[in-house]
Design a protein around this ligand. Structure first.
Ligand SMILES: Cc1cc2nc3c(=O)[nH]c(=O)nc-3n(C[C@H](O)[C@H](O)[C@H](O)COP(=O)(O)O)c2cc1C
Length: 390
Protein backbone atom coordinates (compact mmCIF):
# COMPACT_ATOMS: atom_id res chain seq x y z
CA UNK A 1 0.00 0.00 0.00
CA UNK A 2 1.30 3.43 -0.91
CA UNK A 3 0.89 5.72 2.08
CA UNK A 4 0.70 8.85 -0.08
CA UNK A 5 -2.52 7.50 -1.54
CA UNK A 6 -4.09 6.29 1.67
CA UNK A 7 -7.03 8.46 2.63
CA UNK A 8 -6.80 10.65 5.72
CA UNK A 9 -9.77 11.74 7.80
CA UNK A 10 -10.01 14.77 10.06
CA UNK A 11 -13.25 15.13 12.02
CA UNK A 12 -15.09 13.09 9.41
CA UNK A 13 -13.70 15.06 6.44
CA UNK A 14 -12.01 12.48 4.27
CA UNK A 15 -9.13 13.41 2.00
CA UNK A 16 -8.72 10.91 -0.81
CA UNK A 17 -4.93 11.06 -0.45
CA UNK A 18 -2.30 12.80 1.66
CA UNK A 19 -1.17 15.28 -0.96
CA UNK A 20 -1.89 18.93 -0.19
CA UNK A 21 -1.47 21.96 -2.40
CA UNK A 22 0.18 24.34 0.05
CA UNK A 23 -1.26 27.87 0.41
CA UNK A 24 0.30 30.22 -2.14
CA UNK A 25 -0.49 33.92 -2.38
CA UNK A 26 -1.12 35.02 -5.94
CA UNK A 27 -1.43 38.76 -5.17
CA UNK A 28 -4.04 39.07 -7.88
CA UNK A 29 -7.32 39.82 -6.13
CA UNK A 30 -9.13 43.06 -6.83
CA UNK A 31 -10.14 44.97 -3.75
CA UNK A 32 -10.10 41.71 -1.81
CA UNK A 33 -12.27 39.91 -4.37
CA UNK A 34 -11.07 36.83 -6.27
CA UNK A 35 -11.07 36.92 -10.07
CA UNK A 36 -11.35 34.40 -12.94
CA UNK A 37 -7.61 33.86 -12.60
CA UNK A 38 -8.18 32.28 -9.20
CA UNK A 39 -10.84 29.96 -10.54
CA UNK A 40 -8.49 28.61 -13.21
CA UNK A 41 -5.58 28.49 -10.83
CA UNK A 42 -7.28 26.45 -8.10
CA UNK A 43 -9.42 24.31 -10.37
CA UNK A 44 -6.41 22.88 -12.13
CA UNK A 45 -4.85 21.63 -8.88
CA UNK A 46 -8.03 19.69 -8.15
CA UNK A 47 -7.97 18.23 -11.67
CA UNK A 48 -4.40 17.32 -10.85
CA UNK A 49 -5.61 15.02 -8.11
CA UNK A 50 -4.39 16.50 -4.81
CA UNK A 51 -6.50 15.40 -1.85
CA UNK A 52 -6.63 18.89 -0.38
CA UNK A 53 -6.24 22.17 -2.23
CA UNK A 54 -5.48 25.27 -0.20
CA UNK A 55 -6.69 28.69 -1.17
CA UNK A 56 -3.98 31.22 -0.39
CA UNK A 57 -3.68 33.37 2.71
CA UNK A 58 -6.86 35.40 2.81
CA UNK A 59 -7.22 38.47 4.92
CA UNK A 60 -9.66 38.84 7.77
CA UNK A 61 -9.63 42.64 7.52
CA UNK A 62 -8.99 45.09 4.73
CA UNK A 63 -5.91 46.52 6.44
CA UNK A 64 -4.65 43.09 7.36
CA UNK A 65 -3.82 42.41 3.72
CA UNK A 66 -0.15 41.78 3.09
CA UNK A 67 -0.59 43.38 -0.32
CA UNK A 68 -3.28 45.15 -2.26
CA UNK A 69 -3.67 41.94 -4.25
CA UNK A 70 -4.68 39.68 -1.38
CA UNK A 71 -8.15 38.16 -1.29
CA UNK A 72 -10.27 38.78 1.77
CA UNK A 73 -13.22 37.46 3.67
CA UNK A 74 -13.95 40.62 5.62
CA UNK A 75 -17.30 41.26 3.94
CA UNK A 76 -20.15 39.07 2.78
CA UNK A 77 -19.78 40.03 -0.88
CA UNK A 78 -16.50 38.12 -0.94
CA UNK A 79 -18.17 34.79 -0.19
CA UNK A 80 -19.60 34.20 -3.64
CA UNK A 81 -16.29 34.21 -5.55
CA UNK A 82 -14.80 31.87 -2.97
CA UNK A 83 -17.81 29.59 -3.30
CA UNK A 84 -17.14 29.21 -7.01
CA UNK A 85 -13.55 28.21 -6.29
CA UNK A 86 -14.75 25.68 -3.70
CA UNK A 87 -17.14 24.19 -6.26
CA UNK A 88 -14.37 23.91 -8.84
CA UNK A 89 -12.16 22.10 -6.33
CA UNK A 90 -14.82 19.80 -4.93
CA UNK A 91 -16.22 18.90 -8.34
CA UNK A 92 -12.97 17.02 -9.00
CA UNK A 93 -13.14 15.03 -5.78
CA UNK A 94 -10.67 17.15 -3.84
CA UNK A 95 -11.35 18.92 -0.58
CA UNK A 96 -11.06 22.68 -0.31
CA UNK A 97 -9.13 24.47 2.45
CA UNK A 98 -8.52 28.13 3.10
CA UNK A 99 -5.83 29.86 5.12
CA UNK A 100 -7.05 32.94 6.96
CA UNK A 101 -4.60 35.58 8.00
CA UNK A 102 -3.84 39.03 9.27
CA UNK A 103 -0.57 40.44 7.96
CA UNK A 104 0.22 42.48 11.09
CA UNK A 105 3.35 44.56 10.72
CA UNK A 106 3.98 43.00 7.29
CA UNK A 107 0.68 44.38 5.91
CA UNK A 108 0.54 46.87 3.08
CA UNK A 109 3.66 45.77 1.18
CA UNK A 110 4.41 45.39 -2.50
CA UNK A 111 2.92 42.38 -4.28
CA UNK A 112 5.60 39.66 -4.26
CA UNK A 113 6.10 39.81 -8.01
CA UNK A 114 6.55 43.58 -7.82
CA UNK A 115 9.38 43.50 -5.32
CA UNK A 116 8.14 42.19 -1.98
CA UNK A 117 9.41 45.36 -0.25
CA UNK A 118 7.69 48.40 1.21
CA UNK A 119 5.40 50.27 -1.19
CA UNK A 120 7.26 52.94 -3.15
CA UNK A 121 5.96 56.28 -4.44
CA UNK A 122 5.78 54.68 -7.85
CA UNK A 123 3.59 51.83 -6.54
CA UNK A 124 1.27 54.42 -5.02
CA UNK A 125 1.18 56.41 -8.27
CA UNK A 126 0.21 53.15 -9.97
CA UNK A 127 -2.81 52.95 -7.68
CA UNK A 128 -1.67 50.87 -4.71
CA UNK A 129 -3.29 51.91 -1.46
CA UNK A 130 -0.96 52.52 1.47
CA UNK A 131 -1.78 52.36 5.18
CA UNK A 132 -0.07 52.13 8.55
CA UNK A 133 0.02 48.52 9.70
CA UNK A 134 -0.69 47.27 13.20
CA UNK A 135 1.34 44.82 15.25
CA UNK A 136 2.25 43.77 18.76
CA UNK A 137 4.80 46.57 19.17
CA UNK A 138 6.04 49.69 17.39
CA UNK A 139 8.95 47.90 15.73
CA UNK A 140 9.11 47.57 11.96
CA UNK A 141 9.66 44.26 10.17
CA UNK A 142 12.83 45.58 8.55
CA UNK A 143 14.53 48.77 7.36
CA UNK A 144 12.27 50.82 5.15
CA UNK A 145 9.09 49.09 6.30
CA UNK A 146 6.41 51.06 8.12
CA UNK A 147 6.50 51.19 11.90
CA UNK A 148 3.30 49.48 13.06
CA UNK A 149 0.85 50.94 15.52
CA UNK A 150 0.77 48.66 18.58
CA UNK A 151 -2.64 47.07 19.02
CA UNK A 152 -4.74 48.07 22.03
CA UNK A 153 -6.77 45.41 23.85
CA UNK A 154 -9.86 46.58 21.97
CA UNK A 155 -7.89 46.31 18.75
CA UNK A 156 -6.94 42.74 19.61
CA UNK A 157 -10.53 41.83 20.39
CA UNK A 158 -11.58 43.32 17.05
CA UNK A 159 -9.06 41.22 15.16
CA UNK A 160 -10.03 38.08 17.07
CA UNK A 161 -13.65 38.75 16.06
CA UNK A 162 -12.57 39.36 12.46
CA UNK A 163 -10.93 35.90 12.40
CA UNK A 164 -14.19 34.42 13.66
CA UNK A 165 -16.26 36.29 11.08
CA UNK A 166 -13.91 35.29 8.26
CA UNK A 167 -14.02 31.64 9.37
CA UNK A 168 -17.83 31.77 9.32
CA UNK A 169 -17.77 33.25 5.81
CA UNK A 170 -15.35 30.52 4.74
CA UNK A 171 -17.88 27.95 5.91
CA UNK A 172 -20.65 29.70 3.99
CA UNK A 173 -18.41 29.52 0.93
CA UNK A 174 -18.25 25.75 1.50
CA UNK A 175 -14.65 25.20 2.58
CA UNK A 176 -13.99 21.82 4.17
CA UNK A 177 -10.94 22.84 6.21
CA UNK A 178 -9.87 26.13 7.80
CA UNK A 179 -6.29 27.00 8.62
CA UNK A 180 -5.12 29.85 10.82
CA UNK A 181 -1.90 31.45 9.58
CA UNK A 182 0.46 31.70 12.53
CA UNK A 183 3.68 31.66 10.51
CA UNK A 184 5.97 33.83 8.41
CA UNK A 185 5.99 36.94 10.59
CA UNK A 186 2.34 37.87 10.13
CA UNK A 187 0.26 39.12 13.02
CA UNK A 188 -0.28 35.94 15.00
CA UNK A 189 3.30 34.75 14.70
CA UNK A 190 4.64 38.17 15.54
CA UNK A 191 2.88 37.85 18.91
CA UNK A 192 4.60 34.51 19.50
CA UNK A 193 8.16 35.50 18.72
CA UNK A 194 10.31 37.43 21.19
CA UNK A 195 11.93 39.08 18.17
CA UNK A 196 8.73 40.91 17.26
CA UNK A 197 6.74 41.15 20.47
CA UNK A 198 8.10 43.66 22.99
CA UNK A 199 4.88 44.25 24.92
CA UNK A 200 4.85 44.65 28.67
CA UNK A 201 1.17 43.74 29.19
CA UNK A 202 -0.24 40.21 29.48
CA UNK A 203 0.27 39.69 25.72
CA UNK A 204 4.06 40.02 25.86
CA UNK A 205 7.08 38.87 27.84
CA UNK A 206 6.88 35.23 28.95
CA UNK A 207 6.12 32.43 26.51
CA UNK A 208 2.72 32.04 28.15
CA UNK A 209 1.94 35.70 27.55
CA UNK A 210 3.18 35.67 23.94
CA UNK A 211 1.00 32.65 23.18
CA UNK A 212 -2.06 34.30 24.72
CA UNK A 213 -3.42 36.18 21.69
CA UNK A 214 -2.89 33.40 19.11
CA UNK A 215 -4.55 30.97 21.53
CA UNK A 216 -7.46 33.37 22.10
CA UNK A 217 -7.99 33.52 18.34
CA UNK A 218 -7.79 29.73 18.11
CA UNK A 219 -10.29 29.25 20.92
CA UNK A 220 -12.73 31.76 19.44
CA UNK A 221 -12.55 30.29 15.93
CA UNK A 222 -12.86 26.71 17.20
CA UNK A 223 -15.96 27.70 19.19
CA UNK A 224 -17.51 29.38 16.16
CA UNK A 225 -17.17 26.53 13.67
CA UNK A 226 -18.92 23.17 13.82
CA UNK A 227 -17.28 20.19 15.49
CA UNK A 228 -17.24 18.56 12.07
CA UNK A 229 -14.90 21.19 10.57
CA UNK A 230 -11.18 20.46 10.82
CA UNK A 231 -9.01 23.34 12.02
CA UNK A 232 -5.36 23.45 11.00
CA UNK A 233 -2.71 25.93 12.13
CA UNK A 234 0.41 26.84 10.17
CA UNK A 235 3.32 27.79 12.39
CA UNK A 236 6.88 28.89 11.86
CA UNK A 237 8.48 26.11 13.89
CA UNK A 238 11.65 28.20 14.30
CA UNK A 239 12.70 31.77 13.54
CA UNK A 240 16.16 30.58 12.38
CA UNK A 241 17.62 33.38 14.54
CA UNK A 242 19.40 33.06 17.89
CA UNK A 243 17.21 34.34 20.68
CA UNK A 244 14.07 33.82 18.63
CA UNK A 245 11.27 31.27 18.62
CA UNK A 246 12.67 27.75 18.88
CA UNK A 247 11.37 24.25 18.21
CA UNK A 248 10.89 23.65 21.94
CA UNK A 249 8.47 26.61 21.97
CA UNK A 250 6.65 25.10 19.01
CA UNK A 251 6.20 21.83 20.87
CA UNK A 252 4.71 23.63 23.88
CA UNK A 253 2.50 25.73 21.60
CA UNK A 254 1.36 22.71 19.60
CA UNK A 255 0.28 20.93 22.78
CA UNK A 256 -1.88 23.95 23.62
CA UNK A 257 -3.31 24.00 20.10
CA UNK A 258 -4.19 20.35 20.44
CA UNK A 259 -5.97 21.00 23.75
CA UNK A 260 -8.04 23.66 22.01
CA UNK A 261 -9.17 21.27 19.30
CA UNK A 262 -6.72 21.99 16.50
CA UNK A 263 -6.41 18.98 14.23
CA UNK A 264 -3.09 19.47 12.47
CA UNK A 265 -0.01 21.67 12.79
CA UNK A 266 1.40 22.62 9.41
CA UNK A 267 5.12 23.09 10.03
CA UNK A 268 6.79 25.91 8.13
CA UNK A 269 9.56 28.20 9.43
CA UNK A 270 10.95 31.73 9.42
CA UNK A 271 9.64 34.99 8.07
CA UNK A 272 9.70 37.03 11.22
CA UNK A 273 12.68 39.18 10.36
CA UNK A 274 14.54 39.73 7.14
CA UNK A 275 17.44 37.66 8.49
CA UNK A 276 15.22 34.58 8.83
CA UNK A 277 13.11 35.43 5.83
CA UNK A 278 10.85 32.90 4.20
CA UNK A 279 12.44 33.54 0.84
CA UNK A 280 15.92 32.74 2.15
CA UNK A 281 14.59 29.49 3.53
CA UNK A 282 13.00 28.48 0.27
CA UNK A 283 16.43 27.55 -1.03
CA UNK A 284 17.45 25.28 1.86
CA UNK A 285 17.83 21.58 1.04
CA UNK A 286 15.15 18.98 0.29
CA UNK A 287 12.77 18.42 3.16
CA UNK A 288 14.47 21.10 5.26
CA UNK A 289 11.46 21.52 7.53
CA UNK A 290 10.50 17.86 7.86
CA UNK A 291 12.43 17.35 11.14
CA UNK A 292 10.19 19.98 12.76
CA UNK A 293 7.01 18.21 11.65
CA UNK A 294 8.49 14.98 12.97
CA UNK A 295 9.43 16.38 16.39
CA UNK A 296 6.10 18.15 16.91
CA UNK A 297 4.20 15.04 15.88
CA UNK A 298 6.11 12.89 18.37
CA UNK A 299 6.38 15.32 21.28
CA UNK A 300 3.05 17.14 21.07
CA UNK A 301 1.07 14.11 19.92
CA UNK A 302 -0.72 16.01 17.16
CA UNK A 303 -1.00 15.35 13.43
CA UNK A 304 1.45 17.39 11.37
CA UNK A 305 1.92 18.54 7.83
CA UNK A 306 5.42 18.58 6.33
CA UNK A 307 6.25 21.28 3.80
CA UNK A 308 9.30 22.64 2.01
CA UNK A 309 11.20 21.29 -0.95
CA UNK A 310 9.31 18.03 -1.18
CA UNK A 311 9.46 17.29 -4.87
CA UNK A 312 9.47 13.62 -5.75
CA UNK A 313 6.78 11.01 -4.99
CA UNK A 314 9.37 8.69 -3.45
CA UNK A 315 10.55 11.36 -1.02
CA UNK A 316 6.99 12.32 -0.08
CA UNK A 317 6.19 8.65 0.48
CA UNK A 318 9.26 8.20 2.64
CA UNK A 319 8.25 11.11 4.93
CA UNK A 320 4.84 9.56 5.51
CA UNK A 321 6.07 6.00 5.81
CA UNK A 322 8.67 7.00 8.41
CA UNK A 323 5.88 8.61 10.42
CA UNK A 324 7.35 12.09 10.23
CA UNK A 325 4.10 13.72 9.13
CA UNK A 326 0.49 12.89 8.30
CA UNK A 327 0.18 15.04 5.18
CA UNK A 328 2.69 16.45 2.71
CA UNK A 329 2.23 19.99 1.46
CA UNK A 330 3.74 20.98 -1.89
CA UNK A 331 3.92 24.52 -3.22
CA UNK A 332 6.36 25.34 -6.01
CA UNK A 333 6.33 21.83 -7.40
CA UNK A 334 2.58 22.21 -7.89
CA UNK A 335 3.08 25.44 -9.83
CA UNK A 336 5.50 23.56 -12.03
CA UNK A 337 3.32 20.49 -12.37
CA UNK A 338 -0.30 20.81 -11.19
CA UNK A 339 -0.79 17.15 -12.17
CA UNK A 340 1.86 16.05 -9.68
CA UNK A 341 -0.54 13.83 -7.74
CA UNK A 342 -1.75 12.03 -10.88
CA UNK A 343 1.81 11.52 -12.02
CA UNK A 344 2.76 10.23 -8.58
CA UNK A 345 -0.05 7.67 -8.79
CA UNK A 346 1.29 6.58 -12.17
CA UNK A 347 4.77 6.39 -10.72
CA UNK A 348 3.57 3.96 -8.05
CA UNK A 349 1.62 1.95 -10.63
CA UNK A 350 -1.71 2.82 -9.07
CA UNK A 351 -3.65 4.03 -12.08
CA UNK A 352 -2.34 1.90 -14.88
CA UNK A 353 -5.23 2.84 -17.10
CA UNK A 354 -5.69 6.48 -16.13
CA UNK A 355 -9.04 5.61 -14.59
CA UNK A 356 -8.52 8.15 -11.79
CA UNK A 357 -7.98 11.06 -14.14
CA UNK A 358 -10.90 13.30 -15.06
CA UNK A 359 -12.72 11.09 -17.56
CA UNK A 360 -12.57 13.84 -20.16
CA UNK A 361 -8.77 13.35 -20.19
CA UNK A 362 -8.36 9.79 -18.97
CA UNK A 363 -10.00 7.92 -21.84
CA UNK A 364 -7.61 9.52 -24.30
CA UNK A 365 -4.58 9.03 -22.14
CA UNK A 366 -5.53 5.38 -21.70
CA UNK A 367 -5.66 4.90 -25.44
CA UNK A 368 -2.41 6.70 -26.02
CA UNK A 369 -0.68 5.10 -23.02
CA UNK A 370 -1.85 1.66 -24.13
CA UNK A 371 -0.48 2.22 -27.61
CA UNK A 372 2.85 3.38 -26.24
CA UNK A 373 3.06 0.51 -23.79
CA UNK A 374 2.43 -1.93 -26.63
CA UNK A 375 5.50 -0.52 -28.31
CA UNK A 376 7.58 -0.74 -25.13
CA UNK A 377 7.46 2.94 -24.24
CA UNK A 378 5.91 4.82 -21.36
CA UNK A 379 3.68 7.86 -21.54
CA UNK A 380 5.46 9.50 -18.68
CA UNK A 381 9.15 9.35 -18.31
CA UNK A 382 8.93 12.34 -16.12
CA UNK A 383 11.08 11.64 -13.11
CA UNK A 384 14.33 13.17 -14.19
CA UNK A 385 15.60 14.15 -10.77
CA UNK A 386 15.82 12.77 -7.27
CA UNK A 387 15.98 14.34 -3.83
CA UNK A 388 19.34 14.22 -2.14
CA UNK A 389 17.84 13.50 1.27
CA UNK A 390 16.24 10.26 0.18
C1 LIG B 1 4.20 31.87 -4.82
C2 LIG B 1 4.19 31.47 -3.36
C3 LIG B 1 3.25 32.02 -2.50
C4 LIG B 1 3.18 31.62 -1.17
N1 LIG B 1 2.16 32.09 -0.37
C5 LIG B 1 1.97 31.53 0.85
C6 LIG B 1 0.78 31.79 1.59
O1 LIG B 1 -0.17 32.44 1.13
N2 LIG B 1 0.70 31.26 2.84
C7 LIG B 1 1.68 30.46 3.36
O2 LIG B 1 1.56 30.01 4.50
N3 LIG B 1 2.78 30.15 2.65
C8 LIG B 1 2.92 30.64 1.41
N4 LIG B 1 4.00 30.25 0.65
C9 LIG B 1 4.90 29.21 1.17
C10 LIG B 1 4.47 27.82 0.67
O3 LIG B 1 3.18 27.47 1.13
C11 LIG B 1 5.47 26.74 1.10
O4 LIG B 1 5.46 26.67 2.51
C12 LIG B 1 6.89 27.02 0.61
O5 LIG B 1 6.89 27.46 -0.73
C13 LIG B 1 7.79 25.79 0.72
O6 LIG B 1 7.25 24.73 -0.02
P1 LIG B 1 7.82 24.33 -1.51
O7 LIG B 1 9.29 24.05 -1.34
O8 LIG B 1 7.03 23.10 -1.87
O9 LIG B 1 7.59 25.48 -2.42
C14 LIG B 1 4.11 30.68 -0.68
C15 LIG B 1 5.09 30.16 -1.53
C16 LIG B 1 5.13 30.53 -2.86
C17 LIG B 1 6.16 29.91 -3.76
Amino acid sequence: MVKLFESATFRGVELKNRIVVSPMGMYSAENGYVTPFHLDHYGKFAMGGAGLVFVEQTSVTRKGRITNGDPGLWEDGQIDGMHRIVQAIQSQGSRAAIQINHGGRKSGQQRAFRGNGPLTDRDIEMGEESWTPTGPSDVAFSDGFAVPTPLSKDGLAGIRDAFVAAARRALLAGFDVIELHMAHGYLLQSFLSPLANFRSDEYGGSLENRMRFPLEVTRAVRAAIPDSTPLFVRISAVDWIDGGWEIEDSVVFSRKLKELGVDLVDCSTGGNLRAGSTNANLSRGPGYQVPFADQIRREAGIATGAVGMIRTPDFAEQILRQGKADLVFLARQMLFNPFWARHAAEHFGLTGNFQDWPEQYGWWLAKWGGALRASGESLMEWQHYSDAAE
